[in-house]
Design a protein around this ligand. Structure first.
Ligand SMILES: [Zn+2]
Length: 409
């Protein structure tokens, strides 16, 4: 493939049809026909091996963004980012969470490198179901709610967790295990408990709350609602999913549209319901702790989990430049921005390294200096390579999300 003179190009992402996805939101956003019985969970815009975006050019040849960046790293990423990351360091997604996702933790960078090598050395195939580490990267992630969004995020503070263990009769037996805040003892206790005991403790609880859930007597701001829903979704062959304990241990958050939450390494979390824009380091390293039919490796999970309380921090956009709000995080791999333009408004842009844009509402014209222009409407995306100069002009009121890399000094 040849290096194009265009530094700004339309791109098309990849839909992931995971079973937990909805069947309405993404087809509507992306203007896709709905296939009956199919679910639409995630839309990926990035250069990941299992779902790279595609460049839309006039050519018949299909060019994947990952191959193009791989062929021209300095021209697309810029020298500094190419030297530091070697490829596109982030992945931008839109998620439609209909069924709750597994409880999970992501490893820190050094641990991911060590443990990825260790599984390689032990000869565990990358595609094996018991394989934990798919790559040697960390996976911090930021999610920005597009609807009212529900999630579990980090352990509750000591007092709140102690109170809930007292409040729920079936969890009383855990009060002495937790003591004055022994998060590790508490979590390890339920994760290593024989399945028969898990069933015994949780069945009494579920027998009490599931009928209330079915009669729509439970509210979403109560742990019981999600515990009952999890039991209906995930309990198999008479066994109760032990992840249900965690629903009571973790902070239950309701995030309003436009607000964001950051998941750093070691913070347990689970997405429960809603739509969001998510940006993360380019990795697939997930250690699961229940609410899933997938592999749960308890010792590996315990190794990476931070056993400390989390005080949830809701991130609001900070207006840094005209029309652009940023959602800052400590991650060096990505930076999410949101652009609001009123009809007719123009915005000049200079691309630092590679940037990916996705139109969530309205439409814009994108014009690269002295080259031809193209327009992008709701659900459509484009990429802008290092040092590209372009200008946006809103054809209607528009909301656009931008994935970028923070400046490298
Ligand atoms: Zn995650």
């Amino acid at each position: 493939m040849e290096l194009s003179k265009d530094k700004v190009m339309p791109i098309k992402g990849q839909v992931q049809h995971y079973a937990w996805g909805g069947d309405f939101y993404l087809p509507k956003l992306l203007n896709l026909p709905v296939n009956k019985g199919e679910t639409y969970a995630e839309y990926w815009l990035g250069a990941h091996n299992t779902g790279s975006a595609e460049l839309i050019s006039g050519d018949a040849e299909k060019i994947l963004l990952k191959d193009y960046i791989h062929a021209y790293p300095a021209e697309t990423l810029g020298q500094k980012a190419a030297a530091r990351f070697g490829g596109l360091p982030y992945l931008l997604k839109v998620l439609d969470v209909k069924e709750m996702l597994s409880i999970q933790v992501h490893p820190a960078k050094a641990e991911a490198q060590r443990d990825f090598e260790s599984e390689n050395a032990r000869g565990i195939e990358l595609s094996a179901p018991q394989r934990n580490y798919k790559d040697n990267n960390h996976k911090p992630e930021l999610m920005l709610a597009l609807s009212e969004f529900w999630l579990l995020h980090g352990f509750k503070p000591v007092k709140t967790l102690d109170r809930i263990l007292h409040e729920i009769p079936e969890l009383h037996f855990l009060v002495p295990v937790f003591g004055n805040g022994n998060y590790k003892a508490l979590y390890q206790h339920v994760m290593e408990m024989p399945q028969a005991q898990v069933n015994r403790h949780l069945k009494t609880l579920l027998d009490r709350i599931v009928p209330h859930y079915q009669n729509e007597k439970l509210k979403k701001n109560k742990e019981d609602f999600w515990a009952a829903r999890a039991a209906i979704t995930y309990s198999q062959k008479g066994d109760v999913d032990r992840g249900i304990f965690s629903i009571y241990f973790f902070n239950l958050l309701q995030v309003q549209p436009g607000h964001a939450v950051f998941q750093d390494a070691g913070v347990p979390h689970a997405y429960l319901e809603g739509q969001n824009v998510e940006i993360m380091a380019n990795s697939d390293n997930v250690l699961r702790g229940g609410l899933t039919p997938k592999h749960v490796d308890v010792p590996e999970l315990l190794k990476h989990m931070k056993f400390e309380p989390t005080v949830p921090h809701i991130i609001h956009g900070v207006e840094k430049e005209k029309a652009i709000s940023l959602f800052p995080t400590p991650a060096p791999d990505f930076e999410l921005g949101r652009i609001h333009l009123a009809k007719g408004q123009e915005l000049p842009l200079l691309s630092y390294s590679v940037q990916i844009f996705l139109v969530l509402a309205g439409s814009v014209e994108v014009k690269e200096k002295s080259l031809t222009a193209f327009s992008r409407k709701k659900g459509e995306a484009w990429v802008s390579f290092d040092a590209a100069e372009s200008k946006l002009k809103a054809l209607e009121d528009a909301v656009i999300y931008r994935a970028a890399i923070p400046l490298i000094n």
